[in-house]
Design a protein around this ligand. Structure first.
Ligand SMILES: [Zn+2]
Length: 583
């Protein structure tokens, strides 16, 4: 008789989540996986296992579980593994099969192929497990490393079953591009939860339909996120109501005209005007992804203090992550964040642009309090602190292809971790017309960055979260801010003026050139009269980028140039504009 450690997880998780055309597909994919993982954790407990990781599956459930079974032989463990796998498949089928079958049955004049549904859903994921014996308690670290390694090997040897070609194919799924479509609504104008672009396979269809059973109709779309001011500010209430009544919130004028039965010219005119008001506010939103640094190493014990009991330390860290998630969820609800996934040490969130900086602030503070500098974590850590955090935010236009935006987040964050030596966060801006730019910042630079953005715009972080009804700032206040703001072209002037001072490696040569940099920066900033401290703040911020502690291997010239490219875009898109709402 012996105990066993088991690791259980799902294959193809990243692809399954990212294969989304709409925000609701993304949220559904992620939530479905978490629900399955939770169902498996509960089943394991029912069968007598101890769930070691995560400590609180109901609060934060990553897509992998670490379990411990007591006093069982290999045959019993195999039976448990199979039972958990069956539970995962069952949970998935229970969630979605009826939705897909009912929907296909209800579609009359649409091309469809129901015969593919069952096999596609059956093969949507692979759930797998590995287990190793744990003879004695003191063998826990060895057994843990063993089960980790075997799990990784198992993960990379998974096979994808080849789908049989249907006799009358509808073509490939427009969403995942991997499976055959089971429905092609392109000829129908619009059918409830599907639109003509939704030529979907059973798996992608399942996510969409399940999302409607889970979230209501008004799940924030990219249009809602990007045009958040229109959908939030009391000044737009009348227009908002009109568009909602006419089911035209996320449509453009032409799309609306093509589908409407409305003929009254006054009503049509009012709708057109409401759409213009909506389209006059900023059109950018944020997709944000963060991840604890070196979490695999942390959980393997590489950064725990000598003599720590590995299992106890893992449990402490897992508890800390659960409390981080609880606190972050509470804070995020005030910041109009659409939380897609919070697995403990990582998270994916969509935000209106106004909440970019408030949210970054919140993540940092919450992570520090609950993980990095939490007493119980510091007590078991080798150094002075627990794991650190990396974060990337992509600021994109509402028309940017959503799936690409999501797929790009993971590699962008990996690049930030590597370039920024795991002490940085990054922001990329992708203008609708123009090329994408990305800048990295040390966490200590966050507040100075916010001030720098504010110095070019009428937006202020103190406006968020808004007080009371959250109206636009007063006109006189906006006029004051406008007068104080630096000219929009200043960043370009600075970039051009300062570039010649760097050597071919992108560094400032020592001595005279360092002084020359300060003088030239002062001269360029001093050209305009500034009764406030704004110029001093900006001077300090830019000077620190170049002369302060450096970030990884990044050359100062490159960093300065990237920041001076990202700043004006953020400032322009965040600006409150004239502060007047068209009637
Ligand atoms: Zn698909």
């Amino acid at each position: 008789m012996t105990a066993w450690l088991m690791k259980f997880g799902f294959g193809g998780v990243q692809e399954f989540i990212a294969q989304s055309r709409k925000t609701r597909d993304l949220a559904a994919g992620s939530l479905l996986l978490q629900d399955m993982a939770k169902a498996v954790a509960a089943e394991a407990q029912r069968l007598g296992a101890e769930v070691i990781l995560p400590q609180q599956p109901d609060v934060a459930c990553p897509h992998q579980l670490l379990l411990r079974w007591n006093d069982d032989d290999a045959a019993a463990i195999e039976a448990h593994g199979k039972a958990l796998r069956a539970k995962a498949k069952g949970a998935w089928q229970d969630c979605v099969l009826a939705h897909v079958s009912d929907e296909l049955a209800s579609l009359k004049k649409v091309r469809k192929d129901s015969s593919l549904v069952a096999p596609q859903l059956e093969q949507a994921f692979e759930a797998y497990w590995v287990a190793v014996p744990l003879e004695k308690e003191e063998d826990y670290p060895t057994a843990f490393h063993d089960v980790q390694q075997r799990y990784e090997l198992r993960r990379f040897t998974r096979t994808f079953p080849q789908e049989e070609k249907p006799s009358d194919p509808l073509g490939t799924c427009a969403q995942c591009g991997a499976r055959n479509a089971v429905v092609d609504p392109s000829k129908a104008f619009r059918h409830g939860k599907l639109d003509p672009r939704d030529k979907l396979c059973a798996v992608c269809l399942a996510k969409r339909l399940w999302s409607y059973s889970k979230f209501d109709e008004a799940f924030p779309s990219t249009v809602h996120l990007a045009r958040d001011r229109f959908f939030r500010l009391p000044e737009y209430q009348a227009q908002r109501k009109l568009l909602e009544e006419k089911k035209a919130e996320a449509k453009d004028w032409r799309e609306f005209q093509e589908g409407t039965q409305e003929t009254d010219p006054n009503v049509l005119d009012a709708i057109h005007k409401a759409m213009e008001a909506r389209d006059s506010v900023t059109a950018y939103y944020v997709a944000l992804y963060f991840d604890g640094n070196r979490m695999g190493e942390w959980f393997s014990g590489e950064h725990f203090a000598d003599g720590q009991d590995l299992k106890g330390a893992q449990e402490t860290l897992s508890e800390a992550l659960a409390s981080f998630v609880t606190a972050l969820r509470a804070g995020a609800s005030c910041l109009r964040a659409t939380v897609i996934y919070l697995g403990g040490d990582d998270g994916l969130v969509l935000l209106p642009l106004d909440y970019l900086f408030p949210f970054i602030r919140l993540v940092r503070k919450t992570w520090q309090e609950h993980v990095e500098q939490a007493q119980e974590v510091c007590a078991i850590a080798q150094g002075e602190r627990g794991p650190t955090l990396s974060l990337h935010a992509s600021v994109v236009h509402q028309t940017a292809p959503f799936q690409r935006v999501i797929e790009d987040l993971h590699p962008a964050l990996e690049e930030t971790k590597e370039q920024g030596n795991r002490e940085a966060f990054s922001i990329s801006v992708a203008p609708r017309a123009g090329s994408e730019a990305k800048a990295l910042f040390r966490w200590e630079e966050l507040e100075a960055l916010i001030q720098a953005v504010e110095s070019f715009t009428t937006w202020r972080i103190e406006d968020f979260p808004p007080k009371g009804m959250g109206a636009l700032p007063a006109k006189s206040e906006l006029d004051d801010r406008r007068r104080q703001a630096f000219p929009a072209r200043l960043p370009y002037v600075l970039a051009d003026g300062l570039a010649p001072l760097f050597d071919e490696n992108g560094a400032l040569s020592t001595g005279d050139l360092e002084t020359a940099f300060d003088l030239e920066l002062k001269r360029l900033l001093g050209k305009r009269e500034d009764p406030t401290k704004t110029a001093d703040n900006l001077f300090d911020f830019l000077r620190t980028l170049v002369k302060g502690p450096q970030l990884g291997e990044l050359a100062p010239r490159g960093r300065l140039a990237s920041v001076l490219t990202v700043l004006p875009s953020l400032a322009r898109w965040l600006d409150w504009g004239s502060g007047e709402v068209q009637p």
